[in-house]
Structure formats: structure tokens, C-alpha cells
Design a protein around this ligand. Structure first.
Ligand SMILES: O=C(O)CCC(=O)C(=O)O
Ligand SMILES: [Fe+2]
Length: 188
């Protein structure tokens, strides 16, 4: 079953403006995929985007904001959740994408991703700021051809189960900024 949670008022206007300014000015490097190599591996055939390092202050602010909405996310998930991973701040420039993948909770993968239960993405850009770049959720085994193309407005959080196959369509124009993170199983 494919379902997701959309929290449209996740960020108020002032916070959104502040976070947008912070990511716009942040330095970064090529985003990696998880691998046996510490820190992951750059794999442009799977993922092209920039992971920004805007500083610990904004990481803490994101985590605090998540805590404030934890109840909503757990209600949708139908079960308690544990810790939140450090958020990743991402920029997609024209030509950037992330091919279809699962973030975790997939039985055959035994790395740290197995503890992830809920993935979430916070949109910092409005769909009008870029072209392409939809967050595409794929139907599961029961509806393999289903695709949901999400283009959330800035300040919206979208959450989905970590095992949901999803991708970021290629950005063809502008810049797409997001924050991605994961809520883990309780007790991890
Ligand atoms: O930037 C996004 O919309 C999604 C990023 C993503 O799927 C990931 O980091 O695993
Ligand atoms: Fe993902």
C-alpha cells in the first residue's frame, strides 16, 4: 500500500525564509549513497545532487521542529518512532536527480538503513523555483505501476515509509532545495 503524509504548515513563513537563506549560502559537496565505505560513496549513475553543510545550529532547529510534529507523524505511521537521524540539506541543480531507491527497512540490506522506519522530505523551494524535480513515489507490490508525482510547496513536509520506492526526477531548470531525514525504530 502506498500512502504518505503531507504537513503543509510544517514551517511558518519566517522560519522558511531563514532556512532558505542559510542553505543558499551554505557550502557543500557531492551527495553520497550508503555503502560499506565510511561516509558513503559518490555514485553519479544513481544520485547527482549537492549535500550542503549549513552548520549545527540549523540541524538542531530542524530536529526541534520534527519533535514538535512527532505526534502527527507517529499517528500517521500507526506506531511509536525512535530517534531522528541528522538531517541532510540538499541542493539539486539542473541535471541533478536521484534514481528510484528505497531508504531502508528492507530485509536483505543489513547496513544502518535497516533501522529507518519513516523517511521525510521538507521542501524549501516552491515548485515555481525549478522545473522537473518531482518527488515520485512508486506503488508497492500490490500496485507496481502506480506513480505519485509530488511537488510540495515550500515549507511542506512529506513523509513516507522508509521502504517505499521513490526517486527525484531530473531537475531541468532552477534550484531545488530540500531537507531529508529519517525517524528510526524505537530503541535504536
Ligand atoms: O530530495 C528529495 O526530495 C529526496 C531525497 C532522498 O530521497 C534521499 O535523500 O534519500
Ligand atoms: Fe530517498
Amino acid at each position: 500500500m502506498l500512502d504518505w503524509l503531507r504537513i503543509g504548515d510544517f514551517l511558518d513563513a519566517a522560519t522558511l525564509e531563514h532556512w532558505r537563506r542559510v542553505v543558499r549560502d551554505a557550502e557543500g559537496g557531492a551527495a553520497t549513497i550508503m555503502s560499506a565505505q565510511p561516509g558513503g560513496r559518490v555514485a553519479p549513475q544513481m544520485r547527482r545532487s549537492t549535500r550542503l553543510t549549513p552548520g549545527a545550529g540549523i540541524e538542531q532547529a530542524v530536529l526541534a521542529r520534527i519533535e514538535a510534529r512527532r505526534g502527527d507523524i507517529e499517528t500517521w505511521h500507526g506506531a511509536a518512532l525512535g530517534a531522528c537521524e541528522p538531517p541532510q540539506f540538499l541542493r539539486y541543480d539542473p541535471g541533478d536527480y536521484f534514481v528510484a531507491h528505497q531508504d531502508g527497512n528492507t530485509p536483505l540490506v543489513h547496513d544502518a538503513s535497516r533501522h529507518r522506519r519513516v523517511s521525510f522530505v521538507i521542501a524549501l523551494s516552491d515548485p515555481a523555483d525549478y522545473a522537473g524535480g518531482a518527488l515520485v513515489l512508486h506503488g508497492g507490490r500490490d500496485e507496481p505501476n502506480r506513480r505519485e508525482m509530488l511537488t510540495p510547496s515550500a515549507g511542506t513536509l512529506v513523509a513516507f515509509r522508509a521502504e517505499t520506492t521513490h526517486e527525484v526526477a531530473i531537475v531541468t531548470h532552477g534550484k531545488r532545495y530540500t531537507i531529508a531525514s529519517w525517524l528510526l525504530a524505537p530503541g535504536v
